[in-house]
Design a protein around this ligand. Structure first.
Ligand code: AQP
Length: 345
């Protein structure tokens, strides 16, 4: 994607990120996104959205969608996001997302979207049967971010290409409409050992909600026995752990488990291998499972408690929607004016 000159954007720093209510959250979502959300809420103004417009790019049962949205919001709070500090809201409650997405659909180029690897992966062999929404998903994502002039977006590594596209769209809008610095060139916040959590069944595939095998992922709702069982059955190779990170090359499953240990214990992979190098998986896996249970148990418990009080989650989401709208509305109004829409519309 294009290298852009430094942006003349002069607005305040602001964080936006989102998770789709398309199924139960897993450890990849937790380490790739939620943990970063918690860390950022004390550093900048943060908006954490439950992106239900994105979720319907693939079929969602209408009778279940609102409950799934509540569950993701509960997961944010259970993981440590404070709704008094950060703004937590459902995307569909702020109509401005769809309005800006249309404008940005007219800025983004077909050739840019044709390069998006996530569409290719998700649409598979039958791309002509995928929804048009799935194809333009990254443009809606750009609208989500730019609607708040967000300067930073914490995401997993799988979203890197979409974030580059967001920068391209912002730069082209600013250039085409003669509005330098109107939209920021958003920085992705990806780094860290949890940025790419892989499937427990295949070290080359990312851990994903839509993987048909539940054994491939640790769900945030899994209890201690389920976690221990999944880690015990996780695919590995017969060799013991290497002493150095270089020794993990061509051992994707071992690399993933060491990466998980590092992310959960707040260490680097090198540090983990300094103490665990030479250990077999028979000893390493139970230690990893214990660490995982210890980290996730409080989150799971909090989530259960919150899910038992849907009125409280709804209150958080209503408050968040109002605060999000208050930021979005003037930015959209200005964008519409720049585009030349009918005055007063
Ligand atoms: N395996 C992963 N490792 C690290 N981060 C991950 N994320 C997702 N999978 C991993 C990050 O979680 C955030 C929310 O993702 P999402 O649910 O909005 O979309 P997704 O990337 O499509 O998630 P899934 O679980 O893989 O869902 P499906 O199976 O529906 O595609 C994002 O920040 C993402 O980077």
């Amino acid at each position: 994607m294009t290298d852009h000159p430094p942006s003349p954007y002069a607005g305040p720093p602001r964080v936006f990120s989102g998770v789709q209510p398309s199924g139960a959250l897993h450890l990849g979502n937790y380490l790739g996104a939620l943990v970063k959300f918690v860390a950022l809420q004390d550093q900048m103004e943060c908006l954490f959205c439950v992106v239900d417009l994105h979720a319907i790019t693939a079929w969602q049962d209408p009778a279940a969608l609102a409950a799934q949205t509540r569950e993701i919001a509960a997961a944010y709070v259970a993981a440590g996001v404070d709704p008094k500090k950060a703004i937590i809201f459902p995307q569909s409650a702020v109509r401005e997302h769809a309005d800006l997405a249309w404008i940005l659909n007219c800025v983004a180029r077909l050739g840019w979207l044709d390069r998006m690897t996530q569409f290719k992966e998700k649409s598979g062999k039958h791309k002509e049967r995928a929804s048009v929404g799935l194809y333009t998903y990254p443009v809606l994502q750009a609208a989500d971010i730019l609607l708040y002039k967000a300067t930073h977006v914490p995401v997993g590594e799988d979203q890197k290409q979409h974030l580059e596209l967001t920068r391209d769209i912002a730069a082209k809008f600013n250039h085409d409409f003669g509005a330098p610095g109107f939209f920021p060139l958003t920085e992705p916040l990806i780094e860290g050992p949890g940025a790419r959590v892989m499937s427990l069944r295949d070290g080359l595939a990312k851990m994903s909600k839509s993987d048909p095998s539940d054994q491939s992922r640790i769900n945030l709702t899994d209890d201690a026995d389920a976690i221990a069982g999944k880690i015990r059955r996780a695919k590995t190779d017969p060799a013991p752990l290497p002493e150095t990170v270089e020794g993990l090359k061509d051992r994707p499953e071992a690399d993933n488990l060491v990466g998980l240990f590092a992310a959960l214990s707040g260490q680097t992979k090198a540090r983990v291998l300094e103490t665990r190098g030479g250990q077999g998986f028979g000893a390493f896996k139970p230690a990893l499972a214990d660490l995982m249970v210890e980290t996730l148990a409080p989150v799971t418990q909090n989530m259960r408690r919150l899910m038992a009080d849907p009125a409280e989650i709804d209150r958080i989401l209503a408050d968040g929607s109002e605060r999000a709208r208050a930021i979005a509305a003037p930015i959209l109004a200005e964008t519409r004016k720049i585009v030349g829409y009918w005055p007063g519309s």
